[in-house]
Design a protein around this ligand. Sequence first.
Ligand code: BGP
Length: 472
Amino acid sequence: MYFYGTFPEDFTWGVSSAAYQIEGGWDADGKGPSIWDNFTHVPGNIKNNDTGDIACDSYNKVEEDIYLLRALGVKNYRFSLSWPRIFPNGRNNSINSHGVDYYNRLIDGLVANNITPIITLYHWDLPQALQDIGGWESSALIDLFDSYADFCFRTFGDRVKFWITINEPQVIAWASYGSGELPPNVKDPGSAPYKVAHILLKAHARVYHTYDDKYRASQRGVIALCPNIDWAEPKTPSDPKDIEAADRYLQFLVGWFAHPVFKNGDYPEVMKWKVGNRSELQNLPSSRLPVFTAEERDYIRGTADVFFFNTYTSKIVTHATTRLSPISYEYDQEVLTKVDSSWPSSAVTGHRAVAWGLRRLLNWIKEEYGNPPIYIIENGVGLATKSSIDDNTRIFYYKTYIDEALKAYKLDGVNLKGYNAWSFMDNFEWLNGYDPTFGLHQVDFDNPNRPRTPKRSAVYYAEIIRNNGIPF
Ligand code: BGP
């Protein structure tokens, strides 16, 4: 008996991962170094001095990983390609055939098992050689990203129908180029994030058009970028200032990328007001938001076939009555964020489990962008290291989040098409190393063979997939 019914027959259930977090083989068979390889090799940068050198060793475990995916019963698997594994120096003048073979084996194995690949072209592991010419601060990256994507479409696109251009562009813009805690560690909040985002958007649009012009007719896939979104709940729902602040929060986080792509080729008005050319009126540093030409706006508008996004938690947002210097992400938005202490805080990342936030968020996407086909690409919870395979907290998280997603689909008419759990297995969690763990499968990182063991959550998730919803 199902309370709200089930998802539609063609709903796609899956799990997610990313190359640097699981592959290992950091210098295997001709792979070039990425900014993450170099960053993690400096002692002190990552908790416990962990690195992704071996990670889950997925580079050497194609068959085993596919076996586990089959056992879960997933319909799709979302993973990323490592740009420097394919083009060691970032450019198409040197192709690493071993890297290409690896992805061909993975894709072939998935397709043979009726598992649809969802591929991210860029999940943060930039070839170091491209950082050496300025990374995403350089507009040279637009052409270079395009030639890498073109190669991937040409090489893998006969079997791949779902493409994500860029994972979490807002994190790249702010955490890698503003506050600078992620590589390439550029600490330039005053100007770099908006410049980088401008280049990311142009690079995304270029790749979209390449797909459209050269591959869509024969390959018939879909392509979009993938923002990270926390739901923003106004602190005082009856206070217009807090309502506006919550909306501003979402416009800066999501609209920054989705507004140009899904709406008019340009940034949200509120961003232009706060950081753009009208900011002088407010005694703020003058325009830091680059401007698109009319031609660029036409080029960027419409460059997403579906709405992909990642989400983990929610925030309480309030209008900031005084701006706290120095310039920061929150300073620009003029908001303050916090969490509600009553929200369950089982995640060691500090994220709170706020399942109802997902339903509101899905409704917001529906209203804001005209109810496009929506895919949740990452959703999950990070628990303590070496957490037991009896991960009931994770089961609770998935149950409640998927339940809210189902309500959004059934009761609110949100055009939700798919859901992917982060993550397929425990993996290298960026600055936190191998702590916390997000996986449906436990990986023993002390064992050189990196054995995987399904957790209770894997059994539970497989049951959800089998039932196409939550059985009671
Ligand atoms: C996302 C990344 C994933 C993964 C996840 C973990 O932002 O795309 O690669 O690291 O975050 O979530 P958290 O933000 O809780 O660390």
